[in-house]
Design a protein around this ligand. Structure first.
Ligand code: CP
Ligand code: NVA
Length: 312
């Protein structure tokens, strides 16, 4: 058997998008292209031979689980799937102790959890790279896949406009980091009372962020229109209140018509047709949501490879 390639460089985590430099993010995106092309040609890509990924889910998942699990196996490694309830995390074992133990046995860890502070504590006690598979604050793996998808369909995203319609959630804050890193403009429209937190966003560079009361104005001229559920995981108690507050923040044909004629529609999924997006839009010709979901696989393979092996 071929021995595994030694891990190179200092320990790197991916807890938020800006844990990569803009140049490193561009490298990961280019590498995802190579890896996807090989996958489509049925060419093996076994750079993580003999490596083990542990996945820790404290919230539900379909795409994140399948893409990380399939991706690691496709690269020659193996995977361990843990959830809160089937591990000692569900019986109050401290997150720090969990990180210390798991990271002595595997090569890379993906965790989906609640507060960003929790994944930061986990990473601080891990000997191996930790990847954010979604927290309340960020969803960086999804945004890498989304940008890869935009580039596939429309070329470079620098200089373009992305319209975010709906909740100021983990996806929107990660889009904001992407806009700052890659030089595009993010238009955000949220209902009153659900705006981006001024303390979290600070003062973005001129031209990075524009906020709109009217979702139609936010979509005007946009090259990509994107949204997400009105109620993210962990906020279910607010669902009834949110259904009312967000009623006018549904991406429909009228909003898409205000965007650039070549605009794409994205949604990280799972989607609620008739709430944040109409069936006509998500199942229509401008929607690239299935490519977007598939690209989680290719983008995360590139990301894991980069965190473990650096540039190849
Ligand atoms: N988009 C996304 O992260 O999907 P899952 O919740 O199914 O993993
Ligand atoms: N914002 C959503 C994304 C789900 C993939 C959530 O956090 O539930």
């Amino acid at each position: 058997m071929t021995p595994p390639t030694p891990t190179t460089g200092p320990l790197r985590h991916f807890l938020q998008l800006r844990d990569l430099s803009a140049a490193e993010l561009s490298y990961v995106l280019e590498r995802a292209r190579v890896i996807k092309d090989k996958f489509k040609r049925y060419e093996p890509h076994l750079t993580l031979h003999d490596r083990t990924l542990a996945m820790v889910f404290e919230k539900a998942s379909t795409r994140t689980r399948v893409s990380f699990e399939a991706g690691m196996y496709q690269m020659g490694g193996s995977v361990i799937h843990l959830t809160t309830n089937d591990s000692q995390l569900g019986r109050s074992e401290p997150i720090e102790d969990t990180a210390r133990v798991i990271s002595r046995m595997v090569d890379v860890i993906m965790i989906r959890t609640f507060e960003q502070e929790r994944i930061e504590r986990f990473a601080a006690h891990s000997r191996v790279p930790v990847i954010n598979g979604l927290t309340n604050e960020f969803h960086p793996c999804q945004i890498v896949a989304d940008i890869f998808t935009f580039i596939e369909h429309r070329g470079a995203i620098a200089g373009k406009t992305v319209a975010w319609i709906g909740d100021a959630n983990n996806m929107s804050y990660t889009w904001l980091q992407a806009a700052e890193m890659l030089g595009f403009t993010l238009h955000v429209s949220t209902p009153p009372g659900y705006e981006l937190d001024a303390a979290r966003i600070g003062t973005p560079a001129p031209g990075v962020l524009k906020q709109f009361d009217d979702p139609l104005e936010a979509c005007r001229g946009a090259h990509l229109v994107t949204t997400d559920v009105w109620t993210s995981m962990g906020y279910e108690d607010e669902n009834a209140e949110r259904l009312k507050a967000f009623a006018d923040w549904c991406v429909d044909a009228e909003l898409m018509a205000a965007a650039d004629p070549q605009a794409l529609f994205m949604h990280c999924l799972p989607a609620h047709r008739g709430e944040e997006v109409t069936g006509e839009v998500i199942d229509g010709p401008q929607s690239v949501v299935w490519d977007e979901a598939e690209n989680r696989l290719h983008a995360q393979k590139a990301l894991m490879e980069f965190l473990l092996l650096g540039r190849l």
